[in-house]
Design a binder for this molecule. Structure first.
Ligand code: MN3
Length: 201
């Protein structure tokens, strides 16, 4: 049998590994992208080889395996591949540090002002117990701030992600040790990619 090419590929980082310094170090990015994210891709490829999942998009794999107990390993790795690719795009070393235009208006009306939104986003990310993700999502016509546990992802719950923050310890431990709040505040104040959020909105 011929060797098969990898089914799912590791998306390129949209910037250099040192681009998010001083808020996220090149060392963190190197491990997080090169070991964690790449590891999920490798694992997913080995789990999906010679299965019906090999012909599907990563979103379809996530939707087909979500909540199915004996497919948890495939779901977890597929979702982590998707979540990380989305997380890299949710960060940006340059660009506007606040939302603008229609997205800002929607945030202001939904969360009673940008300051409340900012506070709620940080609190949600800090309060996720253990590993997981904080998200700004579009749910129907409204916006919500939600958190998910481990690999779980709003897409499989019918919500459309606009931005995400990875709150697994591997995302910040080298730079911030146990100080998740400092990491989350650095991201929200200095790295969130509001142009990406606007394009998703
Ligand atoms: Mn991660």
């Amino acid at each position: 049998m011929p060797a098969t090419a990898p089914i799912f590929v590791l998306e390129k980082l949209p910037y250099l590994e040192n681009a998010l310094e001083p808020y996220i170090s090149a060392k963190t990015l190197s491990f997080h992208y090169g070991k964690h994210h790449a590891g999920y891709v490798d694992k997913l490829n080995s789990l999906c080889a010679n299965t019906a999942y090999a012909d599907l998009s990563i979103e379809a794999v996530m939707k087909k395996t979500s909540g199915i107990l004996d497919k948890a390993a495939i779901f977890n790795n597929a979702a982590q591949v998707w979540n990380h690719a989305f997380y890299w795009k949710s960060l940006n070393p340059e660009g506007s540090r606040k939302p603008s235009g229609v997205l800002l208006s929607k945030i202001e009306t939904t969360f009673s002002g940008y300051e409340n939104f900012h506070k709620q986003l940080i609190e949600t990310a800090i309060s996720q117990f253990g590993s997981g993700w904080a998200w700004l999502v579009k749910d129907g016509t409204t916006l919500k701030i939600v958190k998910t546990t481990n690999a779980d992802n709003p897409l499989v719950h019918g919500q459309k992600p606009l931005l995400t923050i990875d709150v697994w310890e591997h995302a910040y431990y080298l730079d911030y040790q146990n100080k998740r709040q400092a990491y989350v505040e650095a991201i929200v104040d200095h790295l969130l990619n509001w142009d990406f959020a606007a394009s998703n909105f």
